[in-house]
Write a new protein. Structure first.
Length: 167
């Protein structure tokens, strides 16, 4: 993975006059009226500390963003769920760092050690970025219209700040 030239965005191919294969997905024969797939219960679960998990909100916002670009069918719900849960867990780690600080007490020696929340937050944000890259790549390769504006990934830090303010 990663070798060779990067794939160009569909919009770049179209504007350069390069023929691009656009796959028109057939419309489903029966429409059940559900616009967005239902959010799974684990994305809405109450957390041990009593705080709300914001994964359902992240899932909904990301799905709506994909739908606005006509790519909601191209990204699996499992990938969206992983992204939403990872963002939510990263926010939980950041909140814990704010609450408990960067240092913790070693369980046996009592000496100061780095807070485990710092390492967990770094792992979650890395995971968030990797999953977002996969989602964004699908949009980049399949969105035939140029678009501007914020992405759900741009709003991750804003979401963290909102949770700290209790909004």
């Amino acid at each position: 993975m990663g070798s060779g030239p990067k794939k160009k965005a569909l919009t770049e191919k179209i504007s350069a006059g390069i023929s691009a294969e656009v796959i028109d997905l057939p419309e489903p024969s029966e429409i059940d009226g559900a616009d967005m797939p239902p959010v799974k219960d684990y994305l809405k679960a109450k957390q041990k500390g009593g705080r709300d998990l914001c994964a359902a909100e992240v899932y909904e916002e990301t799905w709506k963003w994909l739908k606005d670009r006509g790519c909601e069918r191209l990204v699996s719900s499992q990938l969206l769920e992983q992204y939403a849960m990872s963002v939510s867990r990263w926010i939980q780690c950041e909140e814990s760092i704010s609450e408990y600080g960067f240092l913790a007490k070693h369980p046996t020696t009592g000496n100061a050690i780095a807070s485990p929340y710092v390492a967990m937050a770094q792992q979650y944000i890395k995971q968030v970025n990797q999953i977002w890259f996969q989602i964004y790549q699908v949009v980049k390769e399949n969105c035939s219209v140029e678009w501007q504006g914020a992405t759900p990934q741009d709003d991750v830090m804003e979401r963290l700040l909102r949770t700290r303010n209790g909004a």
